[in-house]
Ligand binder design. Structure first.
Ligand SMILES: Nc1ncnc2c1ncn2[C@@H]1O[C@H](COP(=O)(O)OP(=O)(O)OP(=O)(O)O)[C@@H](O)[C@H]1O
Length: 240
């Protein structure tokens, strides 16, 4: 069976400099696939090709068997793709429930919104915070709320860009448990991440990008025991 997401020979150049070069990557339904690599490796650019921020310079992106290489972002979302970007963008003055309401109102029948809000609050562990302004939540809780807003679309593929950035180790662990719970409920994930303990907690497969190209791929154990991978991290702020 074809992969849920297939990236084939994808490249993206900015003024002749390749940020992503000839990348092949398949994400199977049910995967939690983590994309790692040193600063400037091309992770964010590859993500942007998947979500349609811009088209690739070359190559193809196929989602659920449909070529979406030239499709606009909204069309990709309509087909079941959802993304949570790194920078939090919750409405801080509104309550947690109101934030979820806004995310849900275009996707769920009006009479079912309350039930869906309750379900998401429970999933996110935010039931007791439902009536608090989102701006008063901890940074971790705001990240979870944003994941909840991305889930309002009931995506089959959820893309998370560094979901643990700025989180405490406890919040990071809880984010990992949330990711695994969502995956068990049927959401496939592609996650850009730097925190290797988090990657170990969640990943079913790992791809390492370096200088825009696929450098290594495998299980987390294969990746962390690969001395070539250790070498490309040496001297970077994210050295593990
Ligand atoms: N819009 C752009 N215009 C020009 N160059 C860009 C643009 N976006 C990315 N680049 C370059 O492409 C390369 C890859 O950048 P990218 O942000 O994709 O890497 P990354 O792996 O996400 O890095 P980080 O972990 O630091 O976020 C870098 O050299 C970057 O400077």
């Amino acid at each position: 069976m074809a992969a849920l997401l297939e990236i084939a020979g994808a490249s993206k150049s900015f003024g002749g400099v390749f940020a992503v070069a000839d990348v092949d990557l398949a994400v199977e339904a049910g995967d939690i696939h983590c994309l790692i690599g040193p600063n400037g490796a091309g992770k964010s650019t590859l993500f942007k090709l998947v979500v349609g921020t811009y088209p690739p310079t070359a190559g193809r992106i196929v989602f659920k068997g449909t070529d979406i290489t030239q499709a606009k972002s909204f069309a990709r979302v309509a087909q079941g793709m959802s993304i949570k970007l790194q920078a939090p963008s919750v409405f801080k003055a509104l309550t947690v429930r109101q934030n979820l309401h806004i995310a849900l109102q275009d996707h769920v029948a009006r009479h079912a919104i309350g039930t869906e809000e309750d379900r998401l609050l429970e999933t996110l562990g935010l039931t007791s915070d439902a009536h608090r302004p989102a701006g008063l939540l901890s940074h971790g809780q705001q990240q979870w709320l944003e994941i909840g807003m991305a889930l309002a679309l009931r995506p089959v593929l959820l893309l998370l860009d560094e979901p643990t950035a700025g989180l405490s180790s406890d919040e990071t662990y809880r984010t990992g448990e949330l990711v695994k719970r969502l995956n068990a409920e049927g959401t496939t994930m592609l996650i850009v991440e730097h925190d290797m303990a988090f990657v170990r907690q969640i990943a079913t497969g790992v791809t390492v990008l370096h200088l825009g190209r696929i450098f290594a791929r495998g299980s987390i154990d294969e990746i962390v025991s690969d001395s070539r991978v250790a070498e490309i991290y040496l001297g970077t702020p994210h050295g593990q």
